[in-house]
Design a binder for this molecule. Sequence first.
Ligand code: 2NE
Length: 321
Amino acid sequence: DDSGKEFQFTDIIYEKAEGEGIAKITINRPERRNAFRPQTIKELIVAFNDARDDNTIGAIIFTGKGTQAFCSGGDQAVRKADGYADYDKFGRLNVLDLQVQIRRLPKPVIAMVAGYAIGGGHILHMVCDITIAADNAIFGQTGPKVGSFDAGYGSSIMATLVRHNTLRVKMPFVLYETGITLLFHYFIVTSKVYLICCGIRILKSNVVEQIGPKRAREMWFLARFYTAPEAEKMGLVNTIVPLESLEQETVKWCREIVRNSPMSIRVLKSALNAVDDGHAGLQQLAGDATLLFYGSEEGIAGKTAYLEHKRPDFSKFPWRP
Ligand code: 2NE
């Protein structure tokens, strides 16, 4: 969008589409297939922070310049014995900070992938909330080939993708269908036996199998590359579109997101990450609860009474069931 505001960086391009609620952050090192160096990550962190703080922005597109690569991971030319080093005399792995930042950023981040998403670049798309892939996209990890690995989000998020996409039924449910595996407990209530289905996994051939623990091992141990359709089958991407309509389709998805309730989206992102993120996930979700509570009459009554040096009167607020 030509009306977008542009900021000055060397390794990235940061734009905002005025009035659209969409920011776009682009790694701008196409001559290196958008490999990142510490400076790139520093700039990305600044841009993501700005997009987070801007309360007119509801969705952030993360992409790479050109059509040949989203990102090819850490710039191996500046890899040293203690990490990646460009302008400093010491190495860094500051991409890990960026991964955490994207994961905790309370707005959807949409990876727009054309060409290669490889190594640390593959992990960056994986930590985004949604991935829209062009039909020329290629995904893969190269770590074991180049003497590297990401044993953090790069492994754990990949291996647990399956869990989010497995159908779970929590209510009493009797299953007779073939092709269904189930784990169940018997539960006796008023002399009747109810079969309670705790977790089912439909294994029909038309159901997309997600990446999960086995595929994650394959991806890391063999370090193969996968085409966009293969990645889609593994649950790594949301959709594949022709390269020429990649941006248009991504903007369409963002527009659909930003017309929705900001608070609903915020809480949902926290909730979707909460279990896997442990204390950090709980903290994020709990922070959203506090945020909502501060705007309530009950929350305001407590603050007002404190500031007026009075005892708060919470008696009119119900103890909800
Ligand atoms: C990405 C890929 C498959 C593209 O292949 P192709 O044939 O399209 O391009 P080409 O000719 O390989 O690359 C073009 C130029 O970009 C540089 C190349 O060296 C080449 O430079 P010139 O020969 O023209 O001077 N380039 C590309 N990727 C680079 C990189 N990551 N670092 C430095 N220069 C790079 C192909 O280029 C490829 O396989 N790239 C390497 C992918 C890779 O191994 N990435 C690092 C993984 S480790 C990592 O990212 C990591 C981690 O595991 C844990 C923590 C943090 C980071």
